[in-house]
Design a protein around this ligand. Structure first.
Ligand code: NAD
Ligand code: G6P
Ligand code: MN
Ligand code: MN
Length: 430
């Protein structure tokens, strides 16, 4: 097992996920890989990982390394959770758009586009190493923007043994059933769309659709599983009545664009963007991780927006390894599951996870409103990935103009230029 970006504060959740599945996964070695800038974090969280494994009475070897190639040699599973440019780059992604009066967000708007630009060259390098050092391994990606990175791995890396993950569907499935007095095992969930832009429908075990029952609960304060990093502006009730699907938490950046922007700018003006908040949470977490007596995941990790994503990674690995045929929502090649989108591109969709990877379940056509959105967003992702690979300025500009959260015009171009300069160190392709 190799994890690239091993110094992440989420690593204890990953280790916990492996420990939980010790009967399903005959692990011998865990390799946590980082870069010199992350060495301090790697050591702290890596030692914590070692304590967790020991406390569970397991003899797994936990290796900490800055040498990615050493770790990748003969790996069976590689998971990726790195952040190119560290949190400083995220501060720029959030604050530079904010200074133009625009939304600054990790995976949406201009910030999300630049996160893709910085990350695609690195992930393609990793794939190149994998082809040489572990050609049979599976790649489990949650490096954001997870859908676009998974798409780049398939289209440009020509690597098919990949599954892209996100915790948003996981959290919805963890929290929604209880709101209607049910358990997950008695419900059938079907998700469709792309990462951070999917919808879902739900049925009970008599075959009755319960999507609207859950939607009703979204308005009475029930905990429906919105990640901590997203400000809760309610969707318009009349829109959901028409849609008859449950949007994902990120849809509010589009459906309630003005309100979400205003909230984001309020935070920007108070110097309180999410990256700055995450720095505070991380400081608290790494202080805890340094306690030599701590050998389990602390509850404070739930303050991170991505809580539970590492557990999903472990489940995906166990499902591939054990051919478990589990239902999971993953980024994978469409293959006709969503006929409104090209069949040879990545979508995020309910799938059955087998030894041969994800088999997407057919969802069918969208209504015109959702079809319009998803086609715009998916094609924008393709433009972003091509720009990230080629460094073509015109394509980068096209992506900004297509993005619904960036009003097109001179200011969009000025923002693009400023962000290109601010990220120069991490953009060899431009
Ligand atoms: P982080 O800032 O803690 O970064 C994780 C580690 O990556 C750091 O220790 C850093 O030093 C290391 N790193 C940076 N560049 C690297 C490189 N080139 N090679 C190897 N390691 C490198 O980030 P985080 O908050 O733990 O998030 C990690 C990633 O996971 C981000 O891309 C984030 O957006 C993503 N994420 C995804 C989801 C999801 O739903 N898919 C949820 C949460 C986080
Ligand atoms: C969300 C997502 C991630 C996102 C992250 C941010 O729930 O699914 O893709 O980027 O959490 O969390 P953070 O704590 O870093 O703001
Ligand atoms: Mn996500
Ligand atoms: Mn635009």
């Amino acid at each position: 097992m190799v994890t690239i970006g091993g110094g992440s504060s989420y690593t204890p959740e990953l280790i916990e996920g492996y420990i939980k599945r010790q009967d399903q996964l005959p692990i011998k070695e865990i390799w946590l890989v980082d870069i010199p800038d992350g060495e301090k974090k790697l050591n702290i969280v890596g030692n914590m990982a070692k304590r967790m494994v020991k406390a569970a009475g397991l003899d797994w070897e936990v290796h900490l390394t800055l040498d990615r190639r050493e770790a990748l040699k003969d790996a069976d599973f590689v998971s990726t959770q790195f952040r190119v440019g560290l949190l400083e780059a995220r501060v720029k992604d959030e604050r530079i758009p904010g200074s133009y009066g625009l939304l600054g967000q990790e995976t949406n708007g201009a910030g999300g586009i630049f996160k893709a630009f910085r990350t695609v060259p690195v992930i393609l390098d990793i794939v190149k190493d994998m082809k040489e050092l572990c050609p049979d391994a599976w790649l489990i990606n949650f490096t954001n923007p997870s859908g676009m990175i998974t798409e780049a791995i398939q289209q440009y890396g020509k690597w098919d043994k990949v599954i892209g993950l996100c915790n948003v569907p996981v959290m919805a499935m963890m929290n929604e059933p209880a709101t209607i007095g049910k358990e997950l095992k008695d419900l059938t969930y079907k998700f469709a769309g792309i990462d951070h832009f999917h919808w879902h429908r739900v049925w009970d075990n008599s075959g009755k659709e319960v999507t609207m029952d859950i939607i009703n609960k979204m308005y009475d304060g029930s905990e429906t599983g919105l990640p901590k990093n997203i400000f809760d502006v309610k969707f318009f009730r009349e829109q959901l009545n028409q849609m008859k699907m449950i949007p994902c938490g990120y849809h509010r950046y589009y459906y309630r664009q003005t309100e979400m922007l205003n909230h984001s700018l309020e935070e920007f003006n108070q110097n309180k963007t999410r990256a700055q908040e995450v720095m505070r949470i991380e400081h608290e977490l790494f202080t805890l991780y340094q306690d030599p007596n701590l050998d389990h995941k602390p509850k404070q990790l739930a303050e991170r927006g991505g809580a539970h994503y590492s557990d999903a990674a472990c489940e995906a690995i166990a499902s591939i390894y054990g051919d478990k045929k589990t239902h999971m929502v993953v980024s994978t090649l469409n293959r006709g599951a969503l006929p409104d989108l090209p069949s040879d591109h990545t979508v995020e969709v309910s799938s059955i996870i087998t030894a041969s990877g994800a088999l997407p379940l057919t969802f069918g056509h969208f209504q015109p409103a959702e079809r319009g959105w998803i086609q715009l967003m998916k094609n924008m992702e393709l433009v972003i990935d091509e720009a990230a690979v080629t460094g073509d300025y015109g394509l980068a500009l096209q992506a900004f103009i297509m993005n619904p959260l960036i009003p097109s015009g001179q200011a969009a171009k000025d923002l693009l230029d400023e962000m290109l300069i601010a990220n120069k160190k991490y953009l060899p392709q431009f």
